[in-house]
Each structure stands twice: as C-alpha cells, then as structure tokens.
Design a protein around this ligand. Sequence first.
Ligand SMILES: C[S@@+](CC[C@H](N)C(=O)[O-])C[C@H]1O[C@@H](n2cnc3c(N)ncnc32)[C@H](O)[C@@H]1O
Length: 362
Amino acid sequence: MARQRPAPELPPCYAIVQPGLEEIAGEEIAQRLGGEVKKTMRGLLVFRVPELTPELLELRTTEDVFLLGWGTDQLTYRAEDLERIRRWTSHEVRWDQLLRLHHGIHPKPKGKPTYHLVTQMTGKHGYLRRDARKALAQGLAGKFPESWRPAEENAAIEVWLTIDGPSAVCGLRLSDRTMRHRTYKAEHLPASLRPTVAAALVHLADIRSGQVVVDPMCGAGTIVAEVLDAHRAERGLTVLGGDRERAAVRAASANLRRLSPALLACWEATRLPLADLSIDRLVSNPPFGKQLSNPEEIGPLYRCMIPEYDRVLKRGGIAVLLVSEAAVLKEAARAAGWKLLRQVPMQVLGQRALISVWRKPF
Ligand SMILES: C[S@@+](CC[C@H](N)C(=O)[O-])C[C@H]1O[C@@H](n2cnc3c(N)ncnc32)[C@H](O)[C@@H]1O
C-alpha cells in the first residue's frame, strides 16, 4: 500500500486586535474555529487553526488576520535589527507556501497580480519606518514572480511588517478592510464604536435564540448591527435600539438597512417605553464624560439610567456596558443589586475605558 505523506503543517496565523480585547478575541478564535492561541502581545495574538477556511475571515473581534511568516520579541531597537528583518524575511519564510494558502482563501486574481508592502512601527527605534520597509523589501527580493507589480491600493497580496517595541511580526494579510469596517456601515457619528469593539460587547452578552436584546443609547447602531449580523442564523431574536437624538436614530436606520429588521425608536433611556422585566440582554455604551457638554452630568445620568435598566431587565438578565467612568457605574450597578461577572479594561480613542458584564439576580 502506498504510504501517504503527512499533510504539511499549517503555519500559524496572527490577528491584530484593539488593545484590551486580546482575551475576548482568543475566545472567539477557540469557539468559532477550534483555534488555539499560542502567544499574546499587546494588540496581537498568534494562534493556530486546525484548517484554513474562509471562516477565518468572519471573525468579528479582530481587526485583521494574517498568515505568520516570522515573529520575534527580541528586537534590539538598534540598526542591527534591519539586517535581521532582511535575513528572517529572506531565509525563514516559505513564501511559496503562504501564497498557496492565500490563494486557497482568495481566488488568484486575473491579470498580472499586484503586491503591496505595509510597515507599521511603534516605539523609539534607532531606525526609521522607511528603513524597516526597505529591509523587508530586500528580504522579499526574488520571492514573488518577476511579473508581479507593486501597487499602493487594492493589491492582491499585502505583506505586513508590524513592529511594536521589541516585538515584530511579519506575514501575509488574509483579511481586507471589510473585516474591521464591515460592509453595513453607511453612516458614522463622532462617538460611534469600532465594530470590533461592539462585537466584543455582543460576545460577552452571551445572546441566545428567542431573547430580547436592547441598546438604549444606540447612536449609529453599531451594537444593534453587530447583534443582528452575529446572530443572523438565530431564530426569534428581537433586537431594539433607541437614542434621544433623531439624527442618531436616522444613522442607525441607514446602517441597519441591509441587516434583518430591528425596532428603532427615539426615546429617553432613563424613561424607556418598555415593560418591566421584559429584556434578556442589555448591551450599550453610554456617553463618556468627555462627550457631554458638562462632564459633571455623568454621575446623575448613570444613577438615573441603571434603575431604569434594572426595571426593564428580566431576573437573571445580563447587562454589558462600556463606560469611561467605571467607578460611578459600579456604584450605581451595585446599588441596584447587580452582580459583576467580568470586567475588561481597554482604551477607546486613547481614553481609559472599562467593559463590565453584570447579572441581575434571579
Ligand atoms: C457613545 S454614544 C453611543 C455610540 C454607539 N454605540 C455607536 O456605535 O454609534 C452614546 C449615545 O447615547 C445617546 N444618549 C445620551 N444620553 C441619552 C439619554 N438620556 N437617552 C437616550 N440616549 C442618550 C447619545 O445621543 C449618543 O448617541
């Protein structure tokens, strides 16, 4: 009997995530793909998946996913790093294998393929970003067919080098801009959440079919859209959203147009037109202190909002809230008798914020 060759091992993947969401993204990778996180750095996860399928591109809490070429956490910050970048890129990566895997997910483009190099650099290094890019380009010399042309936009292949302090990863990008921006976002408001952050809130809400979910301060509807999009296969889900600003409700309505229907309303979140004990999941990001004309209003707002949320939540219901003023929120939630299940610190637009998950007692 002919001996079968063992399948060559898949290279690891990595994902870029919003700093703070690493653990949640790791949970999503495990649940959806049966993947296993191998290493976590600030804003980045290296993971393995049992097989490479287009489902990888459906992750919701990641900004981008890549096939890993090489990675290190031992950069020296000195110019000698450039020689390493060149050498690792040239000698330590099977670019032919990565390209084959990339083509397995994205059909090979017609005509002459184009490629684009992206270099990101954070931290004070003794060389410039353009020097790192040059080292990357030198390491890639001869790795792609001669006929391939460089392109600044819409290239078929993107090779990324991301340097953050002593760490760096280099790989082939599998996702495109629709992973982080989605396809539903037609309207954007200044305080709109990134879809990946909204997706993290929705992940934490543990939504089940048949439930009633509400975002009482929905702004442009990012959370509502993420609930609908992530749970499109589920039956009987009722999703409600509202905001006191008409312009926000209009923006939400435009963003939800291509998703399944949600009930949107212009309302005051501290006097919701909803029955007592009628909501299973409440997922929201109330305004941050900075977004109010007077930051002193944040305490009174949270103290009015939580008793109202408590009134409409069913016993055992879950609230997931992203706020900047965590101490005020905790005080109000504890006063309502809610139990804190989990908290995830993160940054939103450079500001410290906290996602907290609460259960109303049975
Ligand atoms: C941080 S934004 C929400 C952003 C939203 N998650 C998105 O992605 O677009 C907060 C929203 O709360 C609304 N808001 C503030 N106070 C409110 C209140 N008392 N009742 C209803 N909506 C309120 C604001 O109009 C604003 O749209």
